[in-house]
Design a protein around this ligand. Structure first.
Ligand SMILES: Cc1cc2nc3c(=O)[nH]c(=O)nc-3n(C[C@H](O)[C@H](O)[C@H](O)COP(=O)(O)OP(=O)(O)OC[C@H]3O[C@@H](n4cnc5c(N)ncnc54)[C@H](O)[C@@H]3O)c2cc1C
Length: 380
């Protein structure tokens, strides 16, 4: 067993760390405050090849492995989780889904531009009445004269206002329940496609979250992904990989908070000594570091499973469940170690604490991860 990263993986991790420090850190507090989408930063991430990391170079991607991807996700999330969710959705949900299940024409038309970061994509599954229970899709896609007519509403869509391409899940044959669901490629500007107002959020405030409304949107039949009825499987397969990205995001938030807390504890003094010399603080750091290392091993194992053709439904769900809890716990303790300074924006840990929460909610809540894990175990 070899726990060492390859030279290439180390180089990409270093590049992501430098990028996050030099390009994301300046302005991160202001973007969070104003809920400002990181437009310039996304452009730079595209130049670095971070938006299509695992996509083959044939389709405009960087052709890297999942381990490199989680390294980049961790480094970006240490500083700006709003940027890393953009990377995660574009890579894991949109590009991966299209590369693995799209037709050659769909890949040429859409994937090449998405993977190079020329445009970004969105993944649209959740609805007002279909979140954890994704089978309850109310959005309909009815076939008519070589097209599908889409009607309905999607909720909470990341990149909702800024994307150009949207992968939309909709019900075509309600009598077949989840086996009647399809996935479609929609483009911004299609007649009847409306973007709702931007959500005002607790965390990842730089990311752009909207509801989407479809009123008789006419989508060509060739924009359906896979066979008729493949949509639910498409969504589940795609989200299984997406969870590895979100687990890496959680890991990054945790390690970012830990690093800030450790440094602060070495300079802040109380009772005549640096606070890290109080055992209560030193033990917090010991717990944080141990839990982060455990989370890192779960994340890398899930990525390794994916890269080596093993099943990763269970390892990805375990990585997300555990890493998101570690992110939440670590960020709360990082605020505590900072005392009053932890409660103000300029020390960054309050933002990381707010950002951590979403990792327990999206791409399957922690409760849903436990369902995935327990079902997997009991089926063995
Ligand atoms: C900022 C943000 C960005 C998002 N981005 C996207 C996106 O890009 N695309 C997209 O499609 N969706 C996106 N989502 C939606 C997200 O995936 C859902 O919010 C999430 O899956 C939970 O669904 P829900 O909000 O409907 O909660 P509900 O399903 O209503 O769940 C409410 C609570 O009940 C629990 N619960 C539900 N069912 C069970 C059960 N069977 N057993 C035990 N507990 C249960 C849940 O765990 C949760 O605690 C985003 C959400 C947010 C907040």
């Amino acid at each position: 067993m070899d726990f060492k990263l390859s030279e290439e993986q180390l180089l990409i991790k270093e590049a992501a760390r430098d990028f996050a420090k030099n390009e994301l850190l300046p302005g991160v507090i202001e973007r969070d405050e104003k809920q400002e989408f990181p437009k310039e930063q996304v452009k730079k991430m595209a130049e670095l090849g971070f938006l299509g990391m695992m996509t083959s170079p044939e389709y405009g991607g960087s052709g890297m492995d999942t381990i490199s991807y989680v390294m980049v996700m961790e480094e970006i999330s240490k500083i700006d989780a709003s940027c890393s969710v953009i990377v995660s959705v574009n890579n894991s949900l949109v590009c991966w889904g299209l590369e693995n299940y799209g037709t050659e024409e769909q890949k040429k038309k859409y994937l090449t531009r998405l993977a190079s970061g020329e445009i970004i994509g969105a993944f649209c599954l959740s609805e007002p009445e279909a979140g954890s229970d994704a089978t309850s899709q109310k959005t309909t896609a009815i076939e008519k004269d070589g097209h599908y007519i889409i009607n309905g509403t999607k909720n909470w869509i990341t990149n909702g206002g800024t994307a150009d391409v949207y992968l939309v899940i909709a019900q075509t044959h309600p009598e077949k329940k989840h086996k009647g669901i399809n996935a479609f490629i929609l483009e911004k500007g299609m007649p009847g496609f409306e973007i709702g107002p931007k959500e005002q959020k607790l965390g990842i405030r730089g990311s752009d979250t909207h509801s989407l409304i479809f009123n008789d949107v006419k989508v060509p039949k060739e924009n359906r992904i896979g066979e008729d009825g493949f949509g639910f499987k498409f969504a589940m397969k795609t989200l299984a990989g997406g969870r590895i990205g979100i687990a890496a995001q959680a890991l990054g938030i945790a390690s970012g908070a830990y690093e800030l807390a450790k440094e602060y504890s070495k300079v802040r003094k109380s009772f005549g000594t640096e606070i890290c010399n109080h055992q209560a603080i030193a033990f917090k750091l010991a717990d944080m570091h141990t839990q982060i290392e455990a989370a890192r091993h779960l994340v890398i194992k899930a990525a390794w499973d994916k890269d080596n053709g093993h099943d990763y439904d269970l390892s990805g769900a375990m990585a997300k469940l555990y890493a998101s809890q570690v992110a939440m716990d670590t960020a709360i303790e990082a605020v505590q170690i900072h005392g009053g300074n932890g409660y103000v924006k300029e020390y960054h840990v309050e933002r990381l604490m707010r950002d951590a929460k979403i990792t327990q909610i999206y791409e399957g809540t922690s409760e849903i991860q436990k369902i995935v894990i327990s079902r997997g175990l009991l089926a063995e």
